[in-house]
Design a protein around this ligand. Sequence first.
Ligand code: 2P0
Length: 325
Amino acid sequence: MIKQSKWVRAHTNIAFIKYWGKENEELILPKNNSLSLTLDAFYTDTQVSFDEDLNKDILFIDGEEQDEKALNKAQVILDLVREEADIHDFARIDSKNHVPTAAGLASSASGLAALAGAASLAAGLDLSKEELSRLARRGSGSASRSIYGGFAEWEKGTSDSNSVAIPIDKADWDIGMLFIIVDDGKKDVSSTEGMRRVVETSPYYEGWISSATEDLAAIKSAIKKQDIVEVGEIAERSALKMHALNLSANPPFNYWSPESIVAMRKVEEFRNQGYSVYLTMDAGPNVKLIGKASQMDELYQALLETFRKEQLVIAKPGPGIQILE
Ligand code: 2P0
């Protein structure tokens, strides 16, 4: 017998207050609360089938079968669902990533959120948003936030049961992002490894934790006021502090390429011209602009002097997880 879900869609999110460090690696409990914006431009569609005829779990992304390593995080979620629903069959996961070609963007947030939705649906579990967020978190921390549209906060909590994301604001005001895709081809330090090294070795880690708490309170009040200048300034500082942690680790590492610096300077130039635009960066060389959605077309045009159009993607706030009919 096959228990098959409908297709489930989850969008990616970008953290404005970064998650960078785990308190508990197995349960994925973070050291600090984080806050993100879910975006419309990048998403994953996933369908799960529990099938008694399978002799192992299999994962297809865009029609291509993936290796064991790619399955690791997904199997954590499958196992939790099997346990809760008392299912003993293996599963086939089909995923389609809707990310512009060669974007080089990580899709673990949208991917594992969509999987949490599809796997629980296939198993006949009727999970609340909170339960879905908790399940997605066990695959990848950032996925906990992709259950919700707009701004979401992942509350670090103290245990598996209360480390979940909650919705903060619909972001239905003049805020948007612009991605500058920079692919330098060099091998990354994975997020998991990067944050572990920082927690263990950075002499600045305590400072990160106390300032992340302050930044979080400040950005929540700025979001309430819909103040793009304050939101952008705080987000940019949070990102740069995260990257400073990486430089202060032993051994040090960083995610920047020469083209990242070119993009960062552009943001400064735009600000000097009077635009309210700020940057954020994650565990890779891409630079993401935060600003008024209504000004993103102008900035896009200006960036075409320096970057190819394939490198530029405008994104608006996006919705939470949804079942496709
Ligand atoms: C974030 N990042 O808040 C931070 C900022 C990247 C930089 O969460 O180890 O794939 O699976 O929990 O969620 C990316 O790391 O890490 C991430 P795990 P995840 O978005």
